[in-house]
Design a binder for this molecule. Structure first.
Ligand code: SAM
Length: 215
C-alpha cells in the first residue's frame, strides 16, 4: 500500500467517531452494545481502503463488520468509502494493529477473520509479520468463537503456500482452497482494491477458508 502523507487525516478521523471507534479497548467483550444487536461479528485485518468491508456490510445487513487498518493515511479512504455508502449501521473501523486484537476483543467476540492481499513479507527474517504466521493465528484464536473461521485471499503464491502450511501446522481444518478464484467466481465475491488490480493483470487469485478446531 503506497502511503501518502495526509495531514488532514487525523482530524477527519476524529470527526467521525460513529465510524472509526476512538476507544476500542472500552468495548472489549461488549461489541453487541456498539451495534445494538446480537448478530455475528466478522473482522478484516488489513482492510486498506475499505472497498471489501463496505461491500460486505451492504451485502449482508445481518452481520456486523469491523475493518482494521494500521495507518491513518489509508483508513481515511475506508472512512470516505463508508460515508459514501451512507455509513451502514453494521460497519465500523478501527485504526489499530492486528497484532493487538486481544486488547480490543474478548474470546467469542468474533466469528470470522478476513485477510485480503496481506503484505507478503517475503524475507524469512520478517516471517513473524505475515498475518498468517503462527503468532497471528494464536491472536485470532484468542478472540474467535470455537471453530471460528479465517477467510484469506491473495495474489501472492509464496504467501499462499506459506499460509497453507502455517494454518495446517497450527491444527486448523482447511475447508476450502482455490488456486484460481476467478475461474469460478462465486456470485457473492466482493472484490478488494488489490484483487481488482491484480486480476486485471491476469494474475490468478488464491483463496482459502479454514477453521479452528476444538481442543
Ligand atoms: N485488503 C486490502 C486489499 O485487498 O485491497 C489492502 C491490502 S494492502 C497490501 C495490506 C494492508 O494491510 C495495508 O493497508 C496495511 O497497512 C495493512 N496492514 C498490514 N499489517 C497490518 C496489521 N498488523 N494490522 C492492521 N493492518 C495491517
Amino acid at each position: 500500500m503506497r502511503l501518502r502523507n495526509k495531514p488532514w487525516a487525523s482530524e477527519f478521523i476524529a470527526d467521525h467517531p460513529e465510524v472509526i471507534i476512538p476507544d476500542p479497548e472500552q468495548h472489549k467483550g461488549q461489541w453487541q452494545q456498539v451495534f445494538g444487536n446480537t448478530n455475528p461479528l466478522h473482522i478484516e485485518v488489513g482492510t486498506g481502503k475499505g472497498q471489501f468491508i463496505t461491500g460486505m456490510a451492504l451485502q449482508n445487513p445481518n452481520i456486523n463488520y469491523i475493518g482494521i487498518e494500521l495507518y491513518d493515511s489509508v483508513i481515511v479512504c475506508a472512512l470516505e468509502n463508508a460515508i459514501e455508502a451512507k455509513s451502514p449501521a453494521n460497519l465500523r473501523l478501527l485504526k489499530v494493529n492486528g497484532a493487538d486484537l486481544n486488547k480490543y476483543f474478548a474470546k467469542n467476540d468474533v466469528s470470522r477473520v478476513y485477510l485480503n492481499f496481506s503484505d507478503p513479507w517475503p524475507k524469512v527474517r520478517h516471517a513473524k509479520r505475515r498475518l498468517t504466521h503462527e503468532g497471528f493465528l494464536k491472536t485470532y484464536e484468542d478472540v474467535l468463537v470455537d471453530e471460528g473461521e479465517i477467510h484469506f485471499k491473495t495474489d501472492n503464491r509464496g504467501l499462499f503456500e506459506y499460509s497453507l502450511t502455517s494454518i495446517s501446522a497450527y491444527g486448523m481444518l482447511l475447508t476450502y482452497v482455490s488456486l484460481d478464484l476467478h475461474a469460478n467466481m462465486p456470485e457473492d465475491n466482493i472484490m478488494t482494491e488489490y484483487e481488482e488490480k491484480f486480476s486485471a493483470k491476469g494474475q490468478p487469485i488464491y483463496r482459502l477458508e479454514a477453521k479452528f478446531q476444538l481442543k
